[in-house]
Design a protein around this ligand. Structure first.
Ligand SMILES: [Fe+2]
Ligand SMILES: [Fe+2]
Length: 169
């Protein structure tokens, strides 16, 4: 994609895509289809979490966001633990649907209540349009690179502790 991508709009639209995939998995009663949709969901969530942890969170780390960003990294850890559990299950296992419900709740709380509800409005006030566009382009480039490399496969190795939010430059 050329031009500019507001990082907050990019991340919010990825949240919408995640919700849509969760709804499709819930609606499916074919276990092969569920597993394929779940692989897409796990890849999308993994790549989304990575661009937030490696680019977005470190770039918006300030006194008034610090505490919330640390909490966000812990919420990512919880979601990765559920994803890792689900990656090891067949979609027709009864625990798969139970874990999907918990994942859905965690995604709603983290993405909608915490990020879109609290963090993004603070970031919107503190950063210029150009800064948010530059961050968006950077995040999108990393996402597009990651998404083709089965990023879900990295999730099980990221379940012991929350990601460090140091800017990796
Ligand atoms: Fe997040
Ligand atoms: Fe997010």
């Amino acid at each position: 994609m050329n031009g500019t991508t507001d990082v907050l709009e990019l991340l919010s639209s990825q949240h919408d895509e995640v919700d849509e995939l969760i709804a499709q998995i819930e609606d499916s009663d074919d276990s092969d289809e569920k597993e394929e949709l779940f692989r897409q969901l796990a890849d999308k969530l993994a790549a989304h979490a990575t661009i937030e942890e490696k680019i977005f969170y470190p770039s918006v780390m300030e006194d008034d966001t610090h505490e919330q960003l640390l909490e966000s990294a812990e919420e990512h850890l919880q979601m990765k633990r559920i994803l890792a559990d689900m990656l090891a299950l067949d979609a027709d296992d009864e625990h798969f649907d139970a874990k999907l419900s918990v994942l859905k709740e965690e995604v709603r709380h983290h993405a909608r209540d915490e990020e879109e509800g609290k963090l993004f409005p603070v970031v919107r006030k503190s950063f210029s349009k150009d800064e948010l566009a530059a961050l968006g382009n950077e995040c999108l480039a990393m996402f597009e690179q990651l998404i083709d490399q089965e990023p879900r496969m990295n999730v099980p190795a990221e379940t012991t502790q929350a990601a460090s939010l140091d800017l990796a430059i």
